[in-house]
Design a protein around this ligand. Structure first.
Ligand SMILES: [Zn+2]
Ligand SMILES: [Zn+2]
Length: 742
C-alpha cells in the first residue's frame, strides 16, 4: 500500500490559515490544484479548493476528503495564481478570495448544480401613458387604478404580483382593472426572459481612418504594456476594441470585455454579438444561478470564447486569454464592496500579466490613477481625439444658478429659462432630451420648519429621503422605510417641509411643465426589477419616449443620435462630499452625460446648472477636457497639500461596532498598531491619519471610525495589509485603494 497523500485546502472562511486533508486513493486523480473537494469541517461539510498536493502530513491526524466533484479543475493554475495575488495585494484571506473567483452555486455542498427555477406571477405594463395628458384621460374616474399604474411604473413596469399585493397593499381587483383596460397583463414566468437573446447589430463595414490606424498601433505595441485608449465621447472606442478582439479571436485566442454593470446595455451587447455571434457569453447580473453556471461551463469548455460582463467577469474561465478590455475604466462600480475588496481594473492588469494577455483600458474621462500610470510609463496612451464623422463635441452652456433667470412656475426647483428654452426647443422639433439629476426620491430630506429637526434613519446617521411612488420615507443606505409623519417627532409642529430636489419631484415638475411630452425616469427605484432598465432604454431608442431623466445611470454608454439636448439640473450634488475624489466624480459625471448630446446629424447642446461655475471640475467638463481637469486637480492631491492617490497609495481601515465607544476603541488600536509598525520595521515609510469618525458615522446600526494609511511605495502598503491579515483580528475591514472615504 502506498503512503497516504495530503493536500492543502482553502476553505471559504474568514481565516488566514489553510487546512490539510488526506486525499483517499480513489479521489487522487481528481484532487489536483484548482479542483473542488468536499471535506468534513467540524460536524458539517464544506466545499474547498485544492491549493497544493503532496504536502507534508500535519501534526494532528488529518481527516479525509469526501468527494471531488470536478471532472477538470474548476480553476486553472493561472486563476489560482490570480487568487493568490488578490489575497496578498488586498490582504484578504485566500479562501474567501478563491470563493469570489467561482460562481456561487459551486460552493453549495447540498446542491452543487444550483437551485431549481421558481415560478411566479408577474404583472407588467403593456401600454404606457408617458405624458400627463394621456394619463389624465385614461384615469379620469379611477384614482386607485392610477395609483396602481404609477406604483408599477415606479418599479420599472414589471413586478411580482405578490410584492404588489403584500408589500404595497394594492388590491388584486384594481390590478385586474388595469389589465381589463389593456394597460397591464399578468403572466406566469419560469425563467427570466433574456433581453439580449436575438439582439445583434453588425458593426459598420468600414472603420474611420483614425480607428483603423489605432487598431494597427495597438497591435504593433508590445503586448506586455497596458494600453489606455482615451477617446472623446462618440469617437467609436468600442469599434476599436471589437476589431482588435476579432483579430485575436480569429487567431484562436479568447477575450474578456468588462463593462460597468449599468453600461451593460442592450446596445453594448448587441454590438459585441454583431461581431462574435454565439461565441459570446454575457455574464449579466440578471442571470439565474443555473444560467450563470451554464455560461461559465461553455467558456470553460471553449464553446464560447468571449466573455462580456461587469466586475466579476474578470474571473471568467476563458481559455488562452488574448486580451482583457476594461471599458469605462474610471467607473467606481469596478470596485467590489465586500471581501475581497478588489478593483476589477487592477485585477485585470494582474491577470493579463499572468496569462500573457493584452490589457486595454478605455475611457473618455480616464481616472487620475490611469493617467498617472501613463505618466510613469506603466501604461501607454492612445488617443481618439475626434468624434466619428468629425462631428463636433456639443457646446456646453454653464448656467449660474445663483444669478440666472428662473422659470417662475418652478418655485423651489432649480429650473432656469436657459434650460427651459433648450428643452422646449428640442421637444418642439421632435428631438429627444436627457436630464441628469443625481439624486433619487422626491425630496432629499424632511425638516420641521418650527424646530429645524431633520428626520433621520434610526439605524444610520443619514436623513431619510422622501419618496412619493410609493409614499414613504426611505433610507438610501439600509432601505429602512417608514410612513411620512404628519407632525414633527421632536416638537409636534403640524407641518413638515420637504427640501432638496430628487428625480421623482423633477419628473412631476417636468410632467406639468411639458404635459404632452412622453417622459421616462431611470434611477435605482425604477430599475429595481430585473430587466427594467433595458425596457426603459428600449423605449427611448424606439422614440416612444421624448425625455429621459435620471441619476448617473443615464450618464454613460448611451448612444442615441436623436438626443440633441442634455441638461444637468444640478451639477453640484456630489461636489462637496468629504471625499478627495468628489471633484473627479463630478467632472466625470458631467463630462460623460454631456457626451450623450449631438451624436447625430442634428448636432446638440448641453446646459449645466451649477452654483460653482468657476470650479475646475465644472469648467473642465464644459470643455470636455480630462487634461484640463488633471492639470488643476493633481496639485491639490500632491505635497504641500495632503497627498492622495494617485501620487501615493492608500489603505483605509474601518472599525465598526454597535456601541460607539467600542468602534472608537477598535480604531484606536488599529492606529496604534500602524504607528508602532511605522516607528519600527517600516522606518517611517507610512503616513497614518486618524482615527476619526467616518463621514457616514453610523450605518445599519453600527458606528464607524476609520484610519487611513498612506505610502509612496506600493510594497510598503502590501506589507501592512498582510501583517494585519496575519493578526486575524475581526471588527475591522481593510480596504486597499478605496474608491470612497465616506
Ligand atoms: Zn419640530
Ligand atoms: Zn438607514
Amino acid at each position: 500500500m502506498s503512503p497516504p497523500r495530503y493536500a492543502e485546502i482553502a476553505l471559504p472562511l474568514p481565516v488566514t490559515r489553510s487546512y490539510t486533508y488526506e486525499i483517499p486513493a480513489e479521489l487522487s486523480a481528481r484532487a489536483v490544484p484548482g479542483a473542488r473537494v468536499v471535506v468534513p469541517l467540524g460536524r458539517r461539510r464544506a466545499v474547498g479548493l485544492v491549493t497544493a498536493v503532496d504536502v507534508a502530513p500535519p501534526d494532528v491526524p488529518a481527516r479525509a476528503a469526501l468527494a471531488a466533484p470536478d471532472d477538470q479543475p474548476a480553476l486553472t493554475p493561472a486563476l489560482v495564481d490570480l487568487g493568490r495575488w488578490i489575497s496578498d495585494y488586498y490582504g484578504a484571506p485566500l479562501g474567501l478570495t478563491l470563493r469570489a473567483l467561482l460562481p456561487g452555486p459551486f460552493w453549495s455542498v447540498a446542491k452543487p448544480a444550483g437551485p431549481a427555477e421558481g415560478r411566479e406571477r408577474i404583472v407588467s405594463l403593456v401600454r404606457r401613458l408617458p405624458s400627463l395628458t394621456e394619463r389624465e384621460e385614461a384615469f379620469r374616474r379611477a384614482p386607485r387604478r392610477r395609483a396602481a399604474y404609477e406604483a408599477l411604473e415606479a418599479l420599472g413596469g414589471t413586478a411580482p404580483l405578490r410584492h404588489l399585493v403584500d408589500r404595497l397593499g394594492l388590491s388584486a381587483a384594481v390590478l385586474d382593472g388595469l389589465a381589463g383596460q389593456g394597460l397591464a397583463e399578468v403572466s406566469v414566468v419560469a425563467h427570466p426572459r433574456d433581453p439580449f437573446a436575438g439582439t445583434s447589430v453588425p458593426p459598420p463595414p468600414v472603420m474611420t481612418p483614425a480607428q483603423a490606424d489605432l487598431v494597427q498601433a495597438l497591435l504593433a505595441a508590445p503586448a506586455a504594456t497596458p494600453a489606455v485608449i482615451h477617446g472623446v465621447t462618440g469617437s467609436g472606442k468600442t469599434l476599436v476594441y471589437l476589431e482588435l478582439l476579432r483579430r485575436l479571436v480569429d487567431a484562436g485566442r479568447g477575450a474578456i470585455v468588462l463593462v460597468p454593470e449599468i453600461a451593460l446595455t442592450p446596445q453594448t451587447v448587441a454590438r459585441v454579438r454583431g461581431v462574435f455571434g454565439d461565441r459570446v457569453a454575457v455574464l449579466h447580473s440578471g442571470l439565474s444561478d443555473g444560467e450563470r453556471l451554464d455560461a461559465w461551463r461553455t467558456l470553460r469548455r471553449g464553446d464560447r470564447v468571449v466573455a462580456v460582463g461587469p466586475r466579476s467577469a474578470v474571473f471568467a474561465p476563458v481559455n488562452d486569454l488574448g486580451a482583457i478590455v476594461v471599458d469605462e475604466e474610471h467607473e467606481p462600480s469596478y470596485k467590489q464592496g465586500s471581501t475581497p475588496r478588489y478593483h476589477a481594473r487592477d485585477v485585470a492588469r494582474a491577470r493579463a500579466r499572468i496569462e500573457g494577455a493584452r490589457l486595454i483600458l478605455g475611457s473618455a474621462t480616464p481616472s487620475l490613477e490611469t493617467l498617472h500610470a501613463v505618466e510613469t510609463g506603466a501604461a501607454r496612451l492612445f488617443e481618439l481625439p475626434e468624434r466619428v464623422g468629425a462631428r463636433p463635441l456639443p457646446p456646453v452652456a454653464v448656467v449660474d444658478l445663483r444669478s440666472a433667470e428662473r422659470v417662475p412656475e418652478a418655485r423651489a426647483i432649480p429650473w432656469t429659462t436657459a434650460l427651459d428654452d433648450a428643452v422646449s426647443g428640442a421637444l418642439g422639433r421632435r428631438e429627444q432630451v436627457i436630464l441628469l439629476l443625481n439624486r433619487r426620491g422626491f425630496a432629499t430630506y424632511l425638516q420641521c420648519p418650527q424646530c429645524g429637526a431633520v428626520t433621520e434613519c434610526p439605524h444610520c446617521a443619514i436623513a431619510l429621503t422622501v419618496h412619493r411612488t410609493p409614499r414613504a420615507l426611505r433610507c438610501h443606505y439600509c432601505n429602512h422605510e417608514r410612513p411620512i409623519p404628519e407632525t414633527c417627532a421632536a416638537c409636534g409642529h403640524a407641518t413638515q417641509r420637504q427640501g432638496g430636489l430628487g428625480t421623482q419631484q423633477l419628473e412631476h415638475f417636468i410632467g406639468l411643465r411639458f404635459p404632452a411630452a412622453r417622459i421616462a425616469r431611470m434611477d435605482l427605484d425604477t430599475t429595481s426589477t430585473k430587466w427594467a432598465h433595458h425596457e426603459i432604454l428600449g423605449r427611448f431608442a424606439k422614440g416612444e419616449v421624448d425625455l429621459l431623466l435620471g441619476t448617473q445611470m443615464i450618464a454613460k454608454g448611451l448612444d442615441f443620435p436623436n438626443v440633441t439636448v442634455v441638461g444637468v439640473v444640478d451639477a453640484d450634488t456630489g461636489l462637496h462630499l468629504p471625499d478627495f475624489r468628489a471633484a473627479e466624480r463630478t467632472f466625470q459625471l458631467v463630462a460623460q452625460v454631456a457626451g450623450r448630446a449631438g451624436r447625430g446629424e442634428r448636432g446638440g447642446q448641453v446646459v449645466v446648472q451649477t452654483r460653482h461655475p468657476d470650479h475646475h471640475a465644472i469648467r473642465a467638463a464644459a470643455a470636455h477636457s480630462v487634461r484640463a481637469f488633471a492639470t488643476a486637480e493633481l496639485p491639490l492631491r500632491t505635497a504641500p497639500q495632503p497627498a492622495y492617490p494617485p501620487t501615493v497609495g492608500l489603505v483605509r481601515f474601518v472599525a465598526s461596532a454597535r456601541e460607539a465607544d467600542r468602534a472608537a476603541a477598535l480604531a484606536d488600536r488599529v492606529a496604534g498598531w500602524l504607528r508602532r509598525a511605522n516607528a519600527g520595521t517600516l522606518a517611517g515609510a507610512l503616513t497614518v491619519l486618524g482615527p476619526a469618525p467616518c463621514p457616514l458615522a453610523r450605518l445599519e446600526g453600527r458606528w464607524r471610525w476609520h484610519v487611513l494609511a498612506k505610502a509612496a511605495e506600493a510594497r510598503v502598503l502590501g506589507r501592512v495589509v498582510r501583517a494585519w491579515r496575519a493578526t486575524g483580528r475581526s471588527g475591522v475591514t481593510v480596504d486597499r485603494d478605496p474608491v470612497s472615504l465616506l
